[in-house]
Design a binder for this molecule. Structure first.
Ligand SMILES: Cc1cc2nc3c(=O)[nH]c(=O)nc-3n(C[C@H](O)[C@H](O)[C@H](O)COP(=O)(O)O)c2cc1C
Length: 161
């Protein structure tokens, strides 16, 4: 299962920490969106897309990358994110816009992961050192590793497109 993780982590390196934890379990290569050539993804069986959540969604460079990619025929993908607020699927599902974009491109979403990350962006949290200080910590990294393991178990070579 050749895996590529494409990620953006511009605030405190929160998502990078999660990307590395997932990559270590899946023995994945890691890249930034700008480094990914559209045809490059053909070399992989599974692609992970992740970033911090900025203004309610993933980083714009991930959306532009997906736009540049050729249509996929059910290639496996997963989504991950770190966010200041808790993700509540029915109220504010931060992964939704990227999920829609990936599905429209022909990817098959095999799993999604979100955890909270240290956030000092809102002006009113700055005097307190931000929210979720220390996150992602050991617990979140462990959860990300378990998520990666579940992807590994559910992925079958026969499902590669
Ligand atoms: C410009 C900016 C906008 C943000 N907008 C949101 C948001 O809409 N919802 C949210 O839950 N967190 C938001 N956050 C917090 C980040 O999602 C959170 O800190 C995340 O862990 C950052 O990941 P990173 O360190 O990998 O960049 C925002 C942070 C920044 C810097």
């Amino acid at each position: 299962m050749k895996t590529l993780i494409i990620y953006v982590s511009i605030h405190h390196g929160n998502t990078e920490k999660i990307a590395k934890a997932i990559a270590s379990v899946l023995e994945a290569d890691m890249s930034k969106p700008a480094e990914v050539d559209a045809s490059y993804v053909c070399n992989y069986d599974l692609i992970g897309f992740g970033s911090g959540i900025y203004f309610g969604k993933h980083h714009p460079s991930l959306f532009s990358l997906v736009h540049r990619l050729p249509s996929q025929n059910g290639k496996g993908a997963f989504i991950f994110s770190t966010s200041g607020l808790r993700r509540i699927r029915l109220i504010h599902d931060f992964n939704k816009p990227l999920r829609h974009r990936l599905l429209a491109k022909g990817f098959r979403i095999l799993g999604e992961f979100n955890c909270r990350g240290w956030d000092t962006y809102p002006i009113w949290v700055k005097p307190f050192g931000g929210i979720n200080k220390g996150k992602p910590g050991e617990k979140e990294v462990k959860e990300a590793e378990l998520f990666a393991l579940s992807l590994k178990k559910s992925f079958h070579p026969s499902s590669t497109h």
